[in-house]
Design a protein around this ligand. Structure first.
Ligand code: ARG
Length: 338
């Protein structure tokens, strides 16, 4: 990865930092507090460590894209993922620049004439948009085709750009003891780089502030791959495990669910990519709450998001009562593309 830093960032595209003052420090504090306030995030123990890239001087899409690639490379950090946020110009200065992806890395969802979906159903609208705007998918379409970055530039011109493949080293999902799981051909990308939320500060609103951290295993193993509305992989896993799927009460879904999560965790670990299991994340969240109490701050938390989607009651957060309060600064969902 080392050599890529210079290869992918021509010097003329490096955004200058804002001159003078202590603005960048204020910005970094706003980002840290916004993360600390984020009621839906279980990973907040690490809020102090987030790295903030001040990209408020990037007014052109070309610069934005270059900086996104820098972000991808820096946050991945050879697998030792570092939480990171890049903050682009404020709303009033951003002009017509937009990113239409929910995350910088995501998989296409193609709808066939019969209405079946190949790939990630979550991204059907974005995929359609990318195709309309001229993206050509691989000749042989698959369930895991990385979508390009779909954006509108400062002049209002919409376009797409393929992700540099070396920046997204995908991880094939294999199970430590069940070899047939590899045959399902599942994979996932290493870093969620969320770009559909705005940073609302006390003195500014930043609609473009992509942020990234490491995955918690259940985000992929339970939801992205497990949800029936997403990749719906539980029946396939059940086949690999030779489970009886004829009745619900064999609990084949539950057993497949656990093994799918085992496979995701094992695959990320084997690839040397940081990921956290839901039990450890839950304990870390408790530690975060203790730290906040010591600072006389009340934690705002949304129970239905904090409790992991599998084995809820086996994690400590399940047994904790939580209260959600609105506060600034915060990250807030910015747009729906339908
Ligand atoms: N849940 C989203 C996904 O599965 C990612 C959201 C951010 N997650 C994180 N660990 N930083 O892709």
């Amino acid at each position: 990865m080392g050599a890529l830093a210079n290869a992918s960032v021509p010097p003329e595209h490096v955004c200058p930092q804002r001159p003078g003052g202590d603005e960048p420090r204020d910005l970094a504090s706003a980002v840290r507090e916004a993360w600390r306030n984020h009621a839906r995030c279980i990973g907040r123990l690490h809020w102090r460590s987030v790295i903030v890239h001040d990209r408020r001087m990037c007014f052109r899409a070309e610069e934005m894209i270059e900086q996104l690639w820098v972000h991808l490379k820096d946050t991945f950090n050879g697998g030792r993922i570092k939480p990171m946020v890049s903050v682009f110009p404020e709303k009033s200065e951003l002009g017509r620049m937009r990113i239409w992806n929910e995350q910088v890395c995501s998989y296409a969802g193609y709808v066939s004439t019969g209405g079946e979906i190949l790939g990630d159903p979550k991204n059907v609208t974005l995929t359609r948009r990318a195709l309309e705007w001229g993206w050509s998918p691989p000749r042989q379409r698959s369930a895991f085709d990385l979508l390009p970055l779909v954006y509108t530039d400062e002049n209002g011109v919409s376009d797409w750009r393929s992700l540099p493949s070396e920046l997204v080293p995908e991880i094939e999902i294999v199970h430590p003891d069940i070899p047939s799981v590899a045959g399902l051909g599942l994979k996932w990308y290493p870093v969620p780089l969320v770009c559909n939320m705005a940073l609302e500060g006390r003195s500014g609103n930043y609609p473009l502030c992509p942020f990234s951290g490491w995955y918690m295993v259940t985000e992929i193993g339970a939801r992205n791959l497990g949800d029936t509305e997403r990749y719906n992989c539980l029946p396939g896993i059940a086949r690999c495990l030779a489970l009886d799927t004829s009745q619900e009460d064999t609990m084949w879904r539950d057993r497949a669910m656990v093994e799918l999560n085992v496979a995701v965790l094992h695959s990320f670990r084997s690839a040397g990519v940081r990921i956290v299991d839901h039990h450890s994340a839950s304990r870390e969240f408790e530690k975060f709450c203790e730290n906040e109490a010591k600072c006389d701050r009340e934690v705002s938390a949304d129970w239905s998001w904090i409790v992991p989607p599998i084995s809820g009651s086996a994690t400590s957060v399940f047994h904790q009562s939580m209260k959600q309060t609105d506060r600034l600064p915060r990250f807030i969902k910015r747009m729906v593309i339908d």
